[in-house]
Design a protein around this ligand. Sequence first.
Ligand SMILES: Cc1ncc(COP(=O)(O)O)c(C=O)c1O
Length: 352
Amino acid sequence: MSIFKKHIDAMSAYTPPLEGRDPKAYTLLDFNERTVEVTESVRQALHRFIDSGRLQMYPSYGDLTRRIAEYCGVADDKVMITNGSDQGIELIIRAACNAGDEIIIPGPSFAMYSQVAKAEALTIIEPQYTRQGGYPLQQVLEAVTDKTRVIVVSNPNNPCGTLVAPEDVVRIAKAAPQAAILVDECYFEYSKTSVKDHLDECRNLLITRTFSKTWGLPSIRLGYILSHNDNIRALLNVRGPYDVNQFAVVAVLAALEDKATSLAYVDEVMGVSKPMLETYLQERGVDFWPSAANYLWTFPEQPELLNGALVAAHILVRPKADAAGRMGLRITLGTEAQTRALIEVLEGVLGG
Ligand SMILES: Cc1ncc(COP(=O)(O)O)c(C=O)c1O
């Protein structure tokens, strides 16, 4: 007999296929990560910390929150740091919901939202994105009831890259003032679109962001929440005092010092690599979803064959089926050189 709640035992673990990934052996275009390493200054900051004789101490966060607030252009008391944005997502849902409440998670989407919702025994409402219509705005608005406690706007959404305009997010927030509107801006630096200027106007907006995708630091786990200061005060009651580790603090402070390097990478991905792959796919008649992020969800005729050729060429992408069961390949964009190499392998199969 299990000692745990029945619905927890009935769940299955969220286990993304992480094993065997080796950046020295493969070009990793499978997890929407940055495809180049962090700069020397970030590495040196971590080495200095290791050599500083402070590993036996609990972490202290100093002015990291202030530095992030400055980067985002919001007041310090509108920011809370978290252990990756996954923790931000979890804390928001846990703090807002009781078992049996409703959460609207338009699908398909990032697995973490429904993972937490299931653990909290919530009722999940899942209107579907479409390639033509994008975010199912009307269905989301119609699905709101007095039991709705969270509405997810993954912006842009993973895996399809769909972006919701800030005015539509505000519309949702105003239509459901009793619900937390969880706006996941994990890919913000790529999309350059945010609702952070609406935090006072809509006090139910909660933005999650991360240093995992643009900044090249998913291994050290640092995310943050932006929201009205009353919400931040409440969420600080649930986050542990040491949930963010000191390596994350050190690395992110150094990365923020050298913002230009990360933002130049974003420019290369969005300004060069992405248009190059889009043009190629269009030429070859391969369907893909319009995306505002550093990845494209593509639907070639023979996804398995293509995936096999890519693996053989030491390039990893992510097979992902759509709601109708059609298999696609979600491809992360990297540098211009990596994109050329990718297209060469694609052409080897699609060019015939
Ligand atoms: C939409 C979305 N949100 C959140 C995350 C998790 O990010 P983090 O590494 O900050 O937990 C991901 C990671 O793939 C994601 O795609």
